[in-house]
Write a protein that binds this ligand. Structure first.
Ligand code: CDT
Length: 351
């Protein structure tokens, strides 16, 4: 039996100010990665748009200023300012997930992440964020916290494609079972999401249907942002903070359980420019829906856990054995209707 135990980590990154230099931020990321390597970690997850501040909160008049927040081109692993991260991964033979703003060769913008294998020395998979939150135009209230992702990015066009990561589990591929691996065999099956995607069960289930064992998520989640979250009930900043943490934990635990997979989530946390709040809460969650490791603060922090991928088997073979229990004939609305269509009001009974 091949042991499928992995050492994994979420690399939470604290405040990154609007004028922070990319080199400084990448130095902080390399320090986290080296710490992970020294602890024998094999896979490290960094946050969404990690190299810069979370710039979609700002409206830019000057296109050149906006462009500073984007990485140019299809393959960023040799880009000046960020390549040190990938060199460190290769040297330490550690895999990583990292999020960044992508300016594609055709000029389109995407909120993107890649899975870079330090074992293979190359990018194994790319994902472009599908569920873009917020608005295209800023809120009229000048005090509002904006989230202009619909302005700066297009919805991802690469789908939710699970993939296998060779080299993490010694001997897994040697068995030659990858092509028709049964549950618990072969190289680990990974899926990637970005921030808001984690709130959408559809995204998780599409990965679940590919046998995903480990979902990786980077995020930037503000809490004192009533224009974004709504004013349905008056709430103190402290309550809003609690609720943001609660919902993060809720979706990571529930969706990991319902798809019988591990998940690793990594926050860009802290107070950017000393005032723009972002939750911490980076975590590793088990297939049974339990948080098994969690960040203690809102600064740079490595959250390490040892996980056994074979723990996915129980759920995948019993409660969530999809092939035995799913009823696709009843799920049609999920794919052909986007918004809500309510049932018609019944006529009151005649007296
Ligand atoms: N970055 C990102 O996607 N943030 C969103 C904020 C909520 S917008 C209503 C999130 O889902 O955490």
């Amino acid at each position: 039996m091949v042991s499928r135990v992995l050492n994994v980590a979420a690399a939470q990154v604290g405040a990154v100010d609007r004028d922070a230099s990319k080199e400084d931020t990448v130095r902080r990321m390399v320090a986290l990665l080296e710490d992970a390597i020294s602890q024998g970690v094999q896979l490290v997850v960094f946050p969404e748009t990690t190299f810069t501040t979370f710039f979609p909160r700002f409206l830019f008049d000057d296109p050149a200023e906006l462009e500073k927040y984007f990485e140019q081109g299809h393959d960023i692993t040799n880009n000046d300012g960020v390549k040190q991260l990938f060199e460190t991964a290769r040297r330490g033979k550690v895999d990583l997930y990292v999020g960044y703003a992508e300016r594609a060769d055709d000029g389109r913008g995407f909120n993107t992440c890649i899975y870079y294998s330090g074992h293979a020395g190359r990018t194994l998979s790319k994902y472009r964020k599908i569920h873009l939150p917020g608005t295209r135009d800023p809120f009229p209230d000048p005090e509002a916290i904006n989230q202009l992702e619909k302005r700066y990015f297009e919805p991802g066009n690469l789908g939710f494609n699970a993939f296998r990561a060779p080299g993490l589990v010694p001997d897994a591929s040697k068995k030659g079972t990858n092509a028709k691996a049964s549950i618990g065999n072969g190289d680990p099956i990974m899926g990637m999401m970005i921030c808001n995607d984690r709130r959408w069960p559809e995204a998780w289930r599409v990965y679940g249907l590919q046998g995903v064992e480990l979902v990786l998520v980077g995020y930037n989640t503000p809490y004192n942002a009533p224009h974004l979250f709504g004013f349905r009930k008056p709430m103190s900043v402290e309550q809003a903070e609690k609720e943001a943490y609660y919902h993060h934990k809720l979706v990571m635990e529930a969706n990991s359980y319902m798809n019988a997979c591990f998940s690793i989530s990594a926050a860009r946390a802290g107070f950017d420019d000393g005032k723009y709040d972002l939750i911490g809460g980076s975590a590793v969650v088990s297939p049974n829906g339990y948080t098994i490791a969690q960040a203690k603060g809102i600064g740079d922090e490595l959250v390490v856990a040892k996980i056994d991928l074979d723990d996915c088997k129980q759920g995948k073979e019993t409660t969530f054995a999809f092939e035995r229990h799913r009823r696709t004939e009843a799920y049609g609305l999920i794919t052909w209707q986007t918004g809500v269509v309510e049932p018609e009001l019944l006529e009151p009974d005649a007296p």
